[in-house]
Unconditional design. Sequence first.
Length: 107
Amino acid sequence: MVRVGPRARDLAAIGLSLLVTGAQVFSASGRGLPTALYLALGGAASVSLWWRRRQPVVVTLLTFLAFVPTGYPVPLGFALLSLAVRRRDRLLTVATVATASNAFHRR
């Protein structure tokens, strides 16, 4: 079995997030905001995952702020997962409830 270090896993998460976010941008072009803004928000949220181990709260907040206008869940999902690994308190509960309520509100 091949062992993969944490930074390689971070790069894989960022790559997957960029790939899925890019696909979502181009499959749903023509929505309210310009495509370039969707790309910028999704890309910034995906790249912020590099710091998810050191600053899980900040990264979760940044990805949530990108999720609200775009609805791209992959970066936020990775950020919430990292937050859940590192914290088990009210902050995790608030972040999860805010994400779920925003996601259900979109339907």
